[in-house]
Design a protein around this ligand. Structure first.
Ligand SMILES: O=P(O)(O)OC[C@H]1O[C@H](OP(=O)(O)OP(=O)(O)O)[C@H](O)[C@@H]1O
Ligand SMILES: O=c1cc[nH]c(=O)[nH]1
Ligand SMILES: [Mg+2]
Length: 219
């Protein structure tokens, strides 16, 4: 897997992540969502450097110029709920992309550390030979990424796969590296050291879905 981790570069990206992690600033859910969206825009821009381009001719009011334009059929797929603002950020840049949405949540059994991933809602176009961008801000155990990709398989085999996250745990990266093909790209704003016994990223930021959209009742 090609892992693109941007945390070692001093850029504005780190400011957005620091606001998302900050226990006081993250109470402002609009800023939290907007920061995820801005990170989606930045990672989308970085990812765009690896796509294919074809020459096109543009007529300006005063002349003609040749410009290389993206030649990929991009499908953006985000994992509900927390993936919604990341999806918005990516779609701000890949404005012609097709879109897929899939839901995944942790269903807790008797103990908080025992959970399974439930995939329910899925709306997806044909993925055959397309460039799939699968987005979820948190990559913790990696189980949601794998469970959702399994559910997408009947929709066709993408030509390229790009996974996009804001914060990943090294354990989750190891897990998905064993599952996805070697030419898969992972675009991640930062990588944290570990998971706690409930599968939360440490230091992480808490529960991204709740911070973006409010606490949900367990069912
Ligand atoms: O790598 P994993 O261990 O699978 O964990 C990551 C998942 O956890 C979060 O979703 P959550 O289950 O909290 O759902 P939500 O977005 O509805 O809050 C996050 O958005 C990922 O989908
Ligand atoms: O740290 C974590 C792990 C899973 N989901 C989150 O929102 N945060
Ligand atoms: Mg959540």
């Amino acid at each position: 897997m090609h892992i693109h981790n941007f945390s070692n570069q001093n850029t504005i990206l780190n400011t957005f992540i620091s606001e998302m992690r900050d226990v006081n600033i993250q109470k402002d859910s609009m800023r939290f969502r907007r920061n995820i969206e801005r990170i989606g825009e930045i990672l989308g821009y970085e990812l765009s450097k690896t796509l294919s381009y074809k020459p096109t001719t543009i007529n300006t009011p005063l002349g003609v110029c040749n410009i290389e334009k993206i030649d990929n059929d991009v499908v953006l797929c985000s994992i509900l709920r927390a993936g919604v603002p990341l999806h918005d950020g990516l779609l701000n840049y890949f404005d012609k992309a097709e879109n897929a949405f899939i839901s995944a949540y942790r269903h807790h059994k008797e103990k908080p550390e025992n959970f399974e991933i439930i995939v329910e809602y899925l709306a997806c176009p044909n993925l055959e030979n397309k460039t799939l961008i699968l987005a979820d801000p948190m990559l913790a155990t990696g189980q949601s990424m794998v469970a959702t990709f399994e559910a997408l398989k009947p929709f066709g085999k993408p030509k390229n796969i790009h996974l996009v996250s804001v914060i990943a745990a090294q354990e989750g990266i190891n897990y998905i590296e064993n599952y996805f093909e070697k030419d898969t790209h992972l675009w991640v704003a930062t990588v944290d050291e570990k998971l706690n016994d409930k599968g939360y990223i440490i230091p992480g930021l808490g529960d991204a879905g709740d911070l973006a959209f409010g606490e949900k009742l367990q069912h």
